[in-house]
Design a binder for this molecule. Structure first.
Ligand SMILES: [Fe+2]
Length: 303
């Protein structure tokens, strides 16, 4: 197999300049989120950082780009409309795969006014392309989009996959594993325990961990925490790497929240997979630099 080059970024939290919140918005959960944006988050998430990251990603010519949610801040129809321009800058929808985050489901929005805008980025190759989990096959790489985004009460940012999605996911993973494909799961909330307090955690992560233990996956990519993390959950034959990236628009002021993206070069290596990981982080010079390189050796599901 020729090397497959996958880029991962998350939590874009696109700029909301010139988008005032109407009186009805202030009465919904959007009100608090908008206030938090105005008071602090608009200084921590910058469009200029995103532009710089997009250029840095493009310079490495990835074969595919994964975006794990929180594109918007308050899930307003205007934010979804604006996001199309940004997503289009990353690449063609067939080369960019998206899953939603909790901010993209902050309140319930009619499909056509909200996540319906992203159908081209969130559709699989199969017969039911709009249903989660969806699958996109690119050579021997299978990208599996799982939806953890749900509307929650104020001060909560929990996620949930739900029984219907979990049962479909188990069949999908088993089927793709039997074909000896490299299964990359994309989801916004981390599946690992302890990365988030209860009010921000994935509610049914224990059930998801059981699915992964039975059916397996080669790698899980997520966002949500706005911090970098490399953890694992149990698979049928050993640990499965679970990798999170900070927000793609974070300024360099606090190093742990500075914008960062990951490049994965995936190769078949005999009976195993070899994944070369490069972490690229924003520095105070407003440029992205390599800050970590490591190799993951992942056994094939057939071994
Ligand atoms: Fe999030």
């Amino acid at each position: 197999m020729t090397r497959f080059r996958l880029a991962h970024l998350s939590d874009l939290h696109l700029p909301m300049d010139g988008l005032p919140l109407g009186p009805r918005g202030w009465l919904s959960k959007r009100g608090l989120s908008h206030l938090s944006w105005q008071l602090k988050r608009r200084k921590r998430h910058l469009g200029s950082v995103l532009k710089s990251m997009f250029a840095d990603i493009a310079a490495t010519a990835p074969g595919h780009i994964a975006v794990t949610g929180d594109i918007t801040n308050t899930a307003r129809p205007e934010e979804f409309q604006r996001s199309i321009d940004w997503l289009s800058q990353l690449g063609a929808p067939s080369d960019v795969t998206l899953v939603p985050g909790n901010h993209d489901a902050l309140v319930t929005v009619a499909h056509d006014d909200g996540q319906g805008h992203w159908q081209q980025w969130m559709r699989g190759d199969g017969e039911d392309p709009s249903a989660f989990p969806f699958v996109r096959l690119r050579g021997r790489i299978a990208l599996i989009g799982v939806n953890t985004a749900i509307a929650t009460p104020v001060f909560r940012a929990t996620g949930k996959i739900g029984d219907a999605q979990l049962s479909r996911l188990e069949k999908i993973l088993a089927n793709l594993g039997a074909q000896d494909l490299f299964r990359v799961i994309l989801m916004h909330h981390p599946v690992t325990d302890g990365l988030q307090p209860g009010r921000k955690a994935l509610i049914d992560r224990a059930e998801m961990q059981q699915v992964l233990k039975r059916a397996g996956a080669e790698m899980i990519l997520h966002g949500h925490t706005h911090r970098a993390s490399l953890t694992s959950v149990a698979g049928p034959k050993g640990p499965i790497a679970v990798i999170g990236v900070p927000s793609a628009s974070g300024t360099a002021r606090h190093v742990e929240h500075a914008a960062r993206w990951h490049l994965y070069d995936i190769d078949a290596d005999g009976a195993n997979w070899q994944v070369q990981v490069s972490a690229r982080r924003l520095a105070p010079d407003d440029k992205f630099h390599d800050i970590a390189d490591y190799t993951l050796k992942i056994p094939s599901s057939r071994v």
